[in-house]
Design a protein. Structure first.
Length: 325
């Protein structure tokens, strides 16, 4: 849908909309179907029934959603954004569902700890990021959290979308108040981090001695915890995230004065003065794979050295110290 809608509005971007998923599906009869948006909902429904093993109801609901035109602008501030951007030089990374396993499990009654959900539907997010094709730098990002809050009575969910733009000197995001000031930071004692539960025990121990660690699900959700200020950083020491996981969230962090850097490169950089120079160019890039010959095709677009997502660069220095242990 994004490929179709964005490609129609900006034809120069059409061939540069990339992401984790493919639109080729194979149904139980072994028939391969390429799903694209057709000119009418009826035609799209017809195509979808082939993929959905003739489930007419599901196909009709999906076709209706795909062809719907939202009549409300979610955030009126988006209409007032004014900056120059050559749309023909932009590419897009999309992860249509991050934290797929939490989405499939569909657990609704998790309780957050210090604002962070370790599991549950809250961890499932949609990630969309735009980057400059020439420099590889992220410029615009959206994180959509469709299951943000549940009404205890009706059990229905309300979503929450976050967006940010960072282009040259222009920075703007959905976390700024309508007066343009930053929201009040969440106060807490000491440092707090999010990490993957799959990290090695010695890595968990090293960072637990530096601050409180929350082992939350979902790479996108863990970065969202940094964006929202529930934690100071998300530390991942291995290459288990991909360009589609980090492009959008990194643009939002940049718009807040932070970013995402390569964990291994940061670890092996020297601390003091060099860090300033390092940070100026250290943000993850999105125009080409990290290495020319990746270990496997599946790892081609991985953020191979791991990542640190942060807002305050001072926190990075403390992480540097702990990562040497
Ligand atoms: C996954 C998902 C996982 C995450 C992994 C991502 O994306 O976010 O939760 O692992 O890094 O690539 P972890 O939760 O251990 O951090 P997807 O759900 O799109 O496969
Ligand atoms: Ca995904
Ligand atoms: Ca993902």
């Amino acid at each position: 849908m994004i490929k179709h809608d964005v490609g129609e509005k900006f034809p120069g971007m059409r061939d540069h909309i990339l992401g984790e998923e493919s639109n080729m599906f194979t149904n139980t009869a072994g028939e391969s179907v390429e799903v694209t948006i057709q000119s009418t909902p009826e035609e799209t429904k017809l195509l979808l029934t082939k993929v959905l093993d003739e489930n007419q109801e599901a196909a009709a609901l999906l076709a209706e959603a795909l062809h719907a035109t939202p009549d409300t602008v979610l955030d009126s501030r988006l209409q007032d954004l004014n900056f120059d951007l050559d749309m023909d030089s932009i590419g897009i990374w999309i992860d249509p569902i991050d934290s797929t396993s939490e989405y499939i499990k569909g657990i609704e009654d998790e309780e957050p700890k210090s604002g962070v959900y370790w599991h549950g539907l809250q961890c499932a997010v949609i990630l969309i990021g735009a980057f400059h094709r020439e420099t590889g730098s992220p410029v615009l990002g959206v994180v959509n959290q469709p299951f943000s809050k549940q009404d205890p009575e009706s059990k229905s969910w309300t979503g929450h979308s976050f967006w940010g733009v960072s282009h040259g000197d222009f920075h703007c995001n959905s976390l700024l108040s309508s007066q343009g000031s930053s929201t009040t930071p969440i106060s807490r004692n000491g440092l707090a981090f999010t990490m993957s539960a799959s990290e090695e025990a010695h890595t968990k121990d090293a960072f637990s001695s530096l601050g409180r660690v929350h082992f939350a699900s979902g790479a996108g959700y863990k970065i969202l915890c940094v964006i929202e200020g529930h934690v100071d950083a998300y530390i991942l020491t291995k290459g288990s995230t991909f360009k589609w996981d980090t492009c959008g969230p990194q643009a939002i962090l940049k718009s807040l004065g932070g970013g995402i850097v390569d964990y291994q490169k940061w670890k092996s950089s020297s601390t003091d003065a060099e860090n300033g120079n390092f940070l100026a160019s250290a943000g993850l890039k999105y125009d080409k794979p990290d290495s020319e010959e990746p270990v496997s095709e599946g790892q081609k677009w991985s953020n191979s050295g791991g990542i640190i997502a942060y807002i305050d660069a001072e926190v990075l220095k403390k992480i540097h110290g702990a990562s040497q242990d």
